[in-house]
Design a binder for this molecule. Sequence first.
Ligand code: GLA
Length: 405
Amino acid sequence: MAARSGGMLLVGLAVATALSACDAFRGTSEPVVDEETAFPDDGLAQTPPMGFNTFNRFFCRPDEQLVRDIADSMVSSGMRDAGYQYVVIDDCWQGWRDGATSRIVPDPQRFPGGMRALADYVHSRGLKFGLYTDAGWRTCQGLVGSYGFYDVDARTFAEWGVDYVKVDWCYADGLTARTQYGEFRTALLATGRPMVFSICEWGSTRPSEWARGIGHLWRTTPDIQDRWESMLANADASARYVRAAAPGGWNDPDMLEVGNGGMTADEYRVHFSLWAIMAAPLIAGNDIRTMPDSIREILVNREVIAVDQDSLGVQGIVVSQPSPDLQVWVKLLSDGSQAVALVNRSGTIADIAVGWSSLGLPTGTTASVRDLWARSDRGLHSDRFAAAVPPHGVVMVRIAGQPAR
Ligand code: GLA
């Protein structure tokens, strides 16, 4: 009997979780927020932040010329005009902390012109500038961290013209993430300069339960790697926290690997589609100075980006899974249409269908289907849409019910 009621309790919990995920996906539930620790909405990150970050491709070797060239390429490649805004220098820009001023001095070899001039350059290209630090004693690459100096570092960043701060969580033993990130946000706020605050504790302390109102995005996962399995694992992990995402604060399954060479073009399309349907930040991590058109076309696909950036700001969910490797993801959009990603995680081509019942559309409703990767209309359908999806591939569509005549 005990086992049976335990089982029933589990079933009940599963149903409750599914319902709350569904409410969140419909935009009818309030996101998780702790009123006691939340800062007032500052209007930043009303849609998931978009930009570029040095780490995935350049690891611990960013330098000033690279950043300038990347900013130029963001413009010439059309990425800026497609919505990518922030150029973020990740770990390894730091030299040391100056004893007299307590300020971090940028590595003079790699950043001889200093950060203010570099930020000015990035701004002159119509872009915004971001920097990385760590809430603990050292960064993950062992350079100087911000612990004990949040105020001075926040003021320094503001003086340099920083618009986006990513704060990591290495060398933070004994510290409490919620407290430290709250203090860092207080320090940023005190500068008076609006700065997007990216919390990077890898999901280790369940930030989906406390980070809204402190940061504008929070990592939900370990570091992504440029491999199919890693990318999917991060998508699956972030999918658990649907209720936390809403305008002003986003689950972050980590930066994009699109174009770094470890996945096929189809796999990168799955990566980009999943990030868009989950309303994840779109932070490119490839060498955009030299990317081929095949990669550029993924990163600047405006119809897919529009799904990510939709103003309703809900994180899409899996609504059906015809077999373990075949999934139907759906994201409700502000105009009432729905973005649908038919994802084939298996190694063989497969037909995947989405029925109108999964979309809340009555059977018989006529709906138009637009293919976002093929950039073509797939006609009117009245109870379901099905497509042959390549192995490790995706068909992504936007489905709009037509008003009855
Ligand atoms: C951690 C973060 C990464 C990156 C590196 C830099 O691993 O999760 O995103 O910032 O540190 O060292």
